[in-house]
Design a protein around this ligand. Structure first.
Ligand code: AMP
Ligand code: GLY
Length: 421
């Protein structure tokens, strides 16, 4: 088979690394890819949201399956476009991808189908948003740009004054452009967060193993939120909580989408808060998580490609459920100085040659580039060091030992990934 992976982050490096191992693969490309994907696939210089460019390439090379990593092309309708040209493309179509593309749609879907989430209120008029805040008791509240804002559209506010500023950022200053023309205010929930990603063709539902992301930039969940600083998987869940997650959230979400004529094919990511009241949906994504994918794929023993193919064809029921390595995987992200704020790209990275990668340890490239022969930083999240171990302590030890071999000016990472587990 000829396969094209779309995207350029750590998630796509992990996807290419895993798909490369499939005996079914004859050729593998990544668009646009990064220096990590270049080691396992042929990079082709087409941007992930250049839908026509991707289509042309897929037609020209007669690609059998295109696998979309990030949300942007899915929300733009890349799957619909490929379908019109009789090409197989993995991921939800535009209507189904709206579950990530519109937070207000996702919230209302939950309300209509009694899927547990925080209380919420949506506004698109600044005066109404202000008046809502003026009339509520002061206290923590979450403000979200409804549309796609590259992971930056969420403000967890301590009080109404902060929330007013965040709402004005969206509705008046248009900080997120079109993505912020509607804001969603959400009840502030507390508890432990869980990422649960499900593979589904709209009929068969295959939950992947639960993972815990760490969103805040500093140890102890301090500092501003990021795209994800590290992940541990699996996460031990109380049997009652695990059952509630499936019966109250995963199955009802797929059913709700079907009921509303949005058959979902792809990875459906539910970001959950495990509250004392039970699990609550914080957000949905229409794709794999980054960095959740890296440790999940290190643990996946089954061939990924048949699963992707069967999902895209709507035949997931034909396959055995995936087999997981029972060991623990820990992923720690090394970031550029300043991230998640301003950072300077182009900083040389040293020491990757000192890391002995293998079945139990992979360094996935997230934001790197080649300058001449040298590897340099090219993003906020630079490398995702991912390791397996017999238990969390062993996986942590392996990941952090590798991180200590790597250096670049400004590099920082959390030292407590997996500690809670
Ligand atoms: P989201 O992109 O919607 O998952 O939001 C990013 C992060 O903000 C989440 O991972 C949580 O840490 C936090 N967050 C989002 N919504 C809420 C909420 N309703 N209550 C508390 N924290 C939240
Ligand atoms: N790691 C969170 C996300 O992929 O959205």
């Amino acid at each position: 088979m000829k396969v094209l992976v779309v995207g350029s982050g750590g998630r796509e490096h992990a996807l290419c690394w895993k798909i490369r191992q499939s005996p079914l693969v004859q050729r593998l490309w990544c668009a646009p890819g990064n220096p990590g994907t270049a080691a396992v696939a042929d990079n082709v210089d087409i941007a992930a949201d250049d839908l026509q460019g991707l289509l042309r390439f897929a037609q020209q090379e007669r690609i059998d399956l295109t696998v979309i990593g990030p949300e942007a092309p899915l929300c733009l309708g890349v799957v619909d476009l490929f379908q019109q040209h009789k090409l197989l493309c993995f991921g939800p179509d535009k209507l189904a991808a709206e579950i990530e593309g519109s937070k207000s749609f996702a919230r209302e879907l939950c309300r209509r189908h009694r899927i547990p989430g925080p209380n919420f209120w949506t506004y698109d008029h600044p005066a109404q948003a202000r008046s809502f805040l003026d009339n509520r008791e002061d206290g923590p509240i979450v403000v979200k740009a409804s549309g796609l804002a590259g992971g930056k559209g969420v403000a967890v506010c301590k009080n109404n004054a902060e929330a007013k500023a965040a709402a004005a950022d969206c509705l008046e200053k248009r900080r997120f452009g079109e993505a912020g023309t509607t804001v969603v205010f959400e009840e502030f929930l507390t508890g432990r967060e869980l990422s649960l990603i499900t593979l589904t063709d709209g009929q068969t539902i295959v939950p992947l193993e639960p993972a815990e992301d760490h969103k805040a930039v500093f140890d102890g969940d301090k500092g501003p939120n990021t795209g994800g600083m590290g992940v541990v998987t699996p996460v031990p869940l109380m049997p009652r909580m695990a059952a509630q997650v499936e019966s109250q959230i995963v199955f009802p979400t797929v059913h709700a989408l079907n009921r509303e004529g949005r058959r979902y094919r792809g990875f459906l990511y539910a970001g959950l808060m495990l509250t004392t009241q039970g699990p609550r949906v914080l957000e949905y994504n229409c794709r794999l998580g980054d960095p959740e994918t890296q440790p999940l794929l290190l643990r996946l023993r089954s061939d990924l490609l048949p699963l992707l193919l069967a999902t895209a064809e709507g035949k997931l029921a034909d396959l055995e459920a995936p087999v997981w390595d029972p060991r623990v995987a820990v992923c720690v992200v090394a970031c550029s100085g300043g991230y998640p704020g301003e950072f300077k790209p182009g900083v040389p990275i040293f020491g990757l040659d000192r890391v002995a990668a293998g079945e139990d340890l992979q360094v996935f490239h997230a934001g790197t580039a080649r300058r001449g022969g040298d590897l340099v930083t090219a993003g906020g999240r630079v490398l995702a060091v991912t390791a397996l171990g017999a238990d969390v302590a062993a996986a942590r030890a392996r990941a952090y030992a590798a991180l200590r071999q790597i250096e670049f000016v400004g590099m920082h990472y959390r030292s407590d990934i997996g500690q809670r587990a």
